[in-house]
Design a protein around this ligand. Structure first.
Ligand code: HEM
Length: 402
């Protein structure tokens, strides 16, 4: 799969936390502003918000007209530009792409994930992109991924029996864990032909390293946020069910327009990768007027981008799949520099098609057969991490639909 740079933000904030101290938040005209303190820079104000860094990024960028310049402590040399301005994003990721490599910091982050294309820049990236593109667009790969995603054996012999068992035994299960295991198995079958069988009744211990996020956490993360949002918006669930029951053709998932809209809305509010990191090769001036120096740090705040009222309207924080439906009833297109779930420009996600297909197949199967009750709804919050996952998982009671 894919990834970006919340870690950049997170690692930076944590390092500051280690080397410095104290905080304060100055409120001005009821908007939060980080005060630039002598010696400590803006660090003190930032520290208090690390546990809620995603929502804090929304507040700060909304209060600073979408771009915010962070000044670290004196002599730390830390200056970072945070932006959720679609003009800047288009400039950085597409129009002036050549000037904005990920930079050496990304290597530290993505090499740890074992994913070379995500950390590569320049010529190495171009070569990896070409070879990955050839694989992901090869007719045999696409055919195989359809087969594996539609793999009724995997769905019917692993996932469904597990959910049936949970419903029958009235046990509480963690949907995030179930999806992660299911995607781990299907990816493994797709890539190596081997089925690790991590989804089965009793959920056996899995040998993969829990500390490492990879290709397997992408679709599972989106599915988890999606089912949580459905639990909070039963009218959306009912509407999706109605469409599935009347129009569903397993060979043509494209017809499920409302399901697609609900998934887009999920990824707008809970993008898989909440931050992306770039480091300009040469000095530049962004469309917002901000100057950036060579090798400085720019963080594109994807989580905040999806929640800006100036971009999405006053109801930006509401979950409304309808915003993705055009007047003619088709899907409304949004440019990728505004809706960045799959990244934008030459580094856009190569697995988008496969990922969406997998997600829809699993979602339809589950929506048709089960109802869920979230048991610890108050505990739902994202963990500060490269990939936006739920900190405590998604505990649910499953009921079988008759
Ligand atoms: C819902 C699931 C997925 C989402 C939301 C997603 C999103 C993304 C994003 C945001 C990036 C940009 C990462 C960066 O530049 O740091 C990316 C890159 C990428 N994704 Fe995905 N991805 C998903 C699933 C997948 C899957 C299943 C595959 C493979 C089958 C895949 C293959 C790739 C590859 C190869 C790249 C690297 C592109 C490049 O750097 O040129 N993705 N993805």
């Amino acid at each position: 799969m894919a990834t970006i740079g919340l870690p950049e933000v997170f690692v930076a904030f944590i390092s500051f936390l280690v080397f410095n101290c104290s905080f304060l938040l100055k409120k001005s005209q009821s908007q939060p502003i980080l005060k630039n303190w002598p010696l400590f820079g803006m660090l003190p104000g930032m520290l208090a918000h690390i546990p809620r860094i995603f929502d804090f990024s929304v507040e700060v960028l909304e209060a600073t007209n979408l771009t915010f310049s962070f000044e670290g402590p004196w002599l730390s040399g830390t200056h970072m530009l945070f932006t959720a301005d679609p003009r800047n994003i288009d400039h950085i990721l597409s129009l002036n792409f050549g000037n904005y490599p990920k930079g050496p910091e990304a290597k530290k982050i993505f090499n740890a994930l074992g994913d070379r294309i995500l950390s590569a820049d320049m010529e190495l990236w171009e070569n990896l992109r070409k070879s990955n593109h050839a694989i992901f667009h090869h007719p045999d790969f696409l055919k195989l991924s359809v087969l594996v995603s539609r793999n009724t054996i995997k769905l019917k012999e692993s996932l469904i029996p597990c959910l049936d068992n949970a419903a029958h035994e009235k046990t509480i299960i963690d949907l995030q864990d179930v999806f992660k295991r299911f995607m781990f198995d299907t990816s493994s079958i797709l890539m190596t032909g081997y089925d690790p069988m991590s989804v089965s009744i009793g959920m056996p211990e899995v040998l993969f390293d829990e500390a490492v996020e990879t290709g397997r956490d992408t679709t599972s993360s989106v599915l988890t946020w999606f089912f949580w949002l459905l639990s909070k918006h039963p009218q959306v669930l009912t509407k999706i069910r109605k469409v599935i029951n009347t129009k569903y053709d397993p060979t043509d998932l494209e017809k499920l327009v409302y399901l697609h809209a609900a998934l887009s809305e999920t990824m707008r509010l809970y993008p898989l990768l909440p931050f992306n990191h770039k480091s300009p090769a040469k000095p530049d001036v962004l469309p917002s007027g901000h100057k950036v120096e060579a090798n400085s740090k720019i963080v594109i705040c994807i989580y905040a981008l999806g929640r800006m009222r100036s971009i999405w309207g006053e109801d930006a924080l509401d979950f409304k799949p309808e915003r993705w439906i055009s007047d003619s009833g088709g899907l409304r297109h949004e440019p990728s520099y505004k809706f960045m779930a799959f990244n934008a420009g030459p580094r856009a996600c190569l697995g988008k098609h496969v990922a969406l297909m997998q997600i829809k197949i699993v979602a339809v199967e589950i929506i048709q057969k089960y109802d869920f009750e979230v048991t610890k709804g108050d505990k739902i919050k994202p963990v500060p991490s490269v990939i936006l996952r739920m900190k405590h998982g998604l505990s649910v009671k499953v009921t079988k639909k008759i």
